[in-house]
Write a new protein. Structure first.
Length: 405
């Protein structure tokens, strides 16, 4: 198994002074932000990670200095285009899952493959602990390769880079804490629920410390991809071979850019508490609870600020393959943008405990950076009715002739 620094390297340096950001966004990029909003909200909206080489380059290659956070708006303006894929995500996942299972002997397959209706499918978490499924540590090198091919099938290129960078932080933590047994990049588990099929209903999970990625495929056509949890500890590596690595840089920098662009009246609405909560408020509950409807609404933002808010949403959605991310955005668009709210809690300066959430009628995004001297991120996307494919399954069963009899 490769060392942490070999798994992935990500280093994004950004300007910590947000003073020039408002002017840059308003004066230099308004045309681009207007295009961003128009593309995001039109019915035929499509997102393609393959069409965002600028952002992908910033995320994947080290080092790259961004002169102002307005560079994120420019990068995000390039992610919107149509793309044609050779196979659908459901086909790719089914094929990769089948390939993974064929590499396993009977004992390993029994460990990795569980019934689709098992309660374990809903038992997700993001802390380091033993899990159901087969750990990378128990796989041969070839089996690990095929398992990671499955992960690649479930994520965009950007999403896979984030996931592997997060996994690469385990050796960093092992050195900091002196506990290589608990902090191990091979303690990530693959669990398959049901029988993978390009036309059937099944699910799978890739999970370990700071990663909980869950997919439910219904009838071979619909995909639920939440809960989606990504964390990072350290949020920024400050020493050693991976110094400067920030696995979830965009999630923080885009939100800071939006916060820094608000005028005093808008800030009074957006900053709902001077104290940040200790963790994400939805926790690892089986069903996410809607949080207080406070913060500043999309309808109360300027066009440029709306572009930044949408860019944050895209950053989270863009972890998934293009078609899956598009489905998420279509759900948001159908429910309406105007009621989406951005709420910030805690300090406004880097190094201070902080939290934000973006909440709409159908979804919530939470981000928390409060532990280890505000250098430890938890982030999550939850769908209120769609986690684990609950809504898709209900619709599928209603429309299924077998279940109507």
């Amino acid at each position: 198994m490769s060392s942490g620094s070999d798994i992935a390297r990500t280093s994004i340096e950004t300007c910590s002074d947000t003073a020039p950001v408002r002017g840059a966004l308003h004066d230099s990029w308004p045309g681009r932000i207007h295009v961003l909003i128009a593309e995001f909200t039109r019915p035929a909206y499509s997102l393609s990670n393959a069409a965002s080489p600028g952002l992908r380059k910033v995320i994947q290659f080290s080092p790259m200095r961004m002169q102002t956070i307005a560079g994120w708006a420019l990068a995000m303006a390039g992610v919107f285009s149509q793309s044609v894929q050779a196979a659908t995500p459901t086909e790719n996942m089914a094929r990769a899952a089948q390939a993974f299972l064929t590499t396993l002997d009977e004992e390993a397959r029994t460990t990795s493959q569980l019934p689709f209706d098992a309660e374990e499918r809903f038992n997700w978490h993001f802390v380091p602990k033993p899990r159901a499924g087969l750990a990378l540590k128990r796989m041969s090198a070839d089996q690990q390769r095929v398992a990671l091919d499955l992960l690649k099938a479930g994520l965009s290129e950007k999403g896979y880079t984030k996931a592997e960078t997060i996994r690469a932080l385990e050796p960093v933590l092992a050195e900091i804490e002196g506990n290589p047994v608990r902090r191990d990049p091979e303690l990530y588990y693959v669990a398959i629920f049901g029988e993978p099929s390009a036309t059937g209903t099944w699910g799978w999970r890739f999970e370990g410390h700071h990663l909980s990625l869950n997919w439910t495929i219904v009838g071979g056509t619909s995909i639920a991809s939440t809960p989606q949890f990504l964390g990072s500890n350290p949020a920024e590596v400050r020493s050693g071979p991976m110094r400067g690595t920030r696995a979830l840089a965009a999630e923080e920098d885009l939100a800071r850019a939006l916060l820094g662009s608000l005028d005093d009246a808008q800030s009074a609405q957006a900053v709902v508490s001077p104290k940040a909560p200790d963790d994400i408020l939805t926790s690892n509950a089986r069903k996410a609870a809607m949080q207080e409807q406070n913060g500043i609404a999309y309808a109360e933002l300027s066009p440029e600020q709306r572009g930044l808010l949408l860019a944050i949403i895209e950053e989270y959605a863009g972890v998934q393959p293009e078609a899956v991310a598009r489905q998420r955005v279509e759900r948001i668009r159908a429910a309406g943008f105007d009621s989406i709210r951005f709420a910030w809690m805690g300090g406004r300066n880097r190094g201070e405990r902080h939290y934000y959430r973006i909440q709409g009628p159908t979804f919530i995004i939470e981000y928390d950076n409060t532990q280890n001297g505000a250098n430890h991120i938890h982030s999550v996307w939850r769908d209120f009715d769609g986690d684990f494919g609950v809504d898709l399954l209900e619709e599928h069963y209603r429309n299924s002739a077998h279940h109507q009899q």
